[in-house]
Design a protein around this ligand. Structure first.
Ligand code: UDP
Ligand code: MG
Length: 138
């Protein structure tokens, strides 16, 4: 069944000019781009987006990284979009990401790991509404 998920091409992907390659791969994988914005996250936005990690040691540096430059946020649609995007992204740590995954290919390290993908359908809905209005997703 068709499902939606949120991806973010993180600041490292934009800075290293890997957006085209990442988007090409997502389209090859059958994801339809429903909506997209390029933006620079404010500190408040980055803190809110990653609030689940607020007690982790990597939270502060993560917020600094995510606000360090522009990102692309995208609403994607596909069958089993959440699960499939996580599979195509690969593990959080690129050293552990399977061959052929986006993080294995494009991530610099466990923090600068190229791409975000929602981790459940419920979080996908929450994260999509964080960046897109109902009209943009209609
Ligand atoms: N992160 C980090 N150090 C860690 C774990 C995570 O810097 O030890 C960063 C990384 O950018 C990751 C994000 O925090 O993508 C969110 O972590 P999560 O565990 O949710 O990983 P993801 O769902 O992105 O694979
Ligand atoms: Mg996560």
């Amino acid at each position: 069944m068709k499902q939606r998920t949120l991806t973010i091409l993180k600041p490292d992907t934009v800075a290293r000019r890997n957006c085209g390659a990442v988007i090409a791969r997502l389209e090859e994988e059958g994801f339809q781009i429903l909506a997209a914005h390029m933006l620079r996250l404010s500190e408040d936005q980055a803190m809110a987006f990653y609030a689940v990690h607020k007690d982790k040691p990597f939270y502060r540096p993560l917020v600094e990284f995510m606000t360090s430059g522009p990102v692309w946020v995208m609403a994607l649609e596909r069958d089993s979009a959440v699960e499939h995007l996580r599979k195509v992204m690969g593990a959080t740590d690129p050293a552990k990401a399977a061959p052929g995954t986006l993080r294995q290919q494009f991530a610099s390290n466990i923090e600068r790991n190229a791409i975000h993908g929602s981790d459940s359908p419920e979080n996908a809905r929450i994260e999509l509404s964080f960046f897109f209005s109902a009209a943009e997703l209609a």
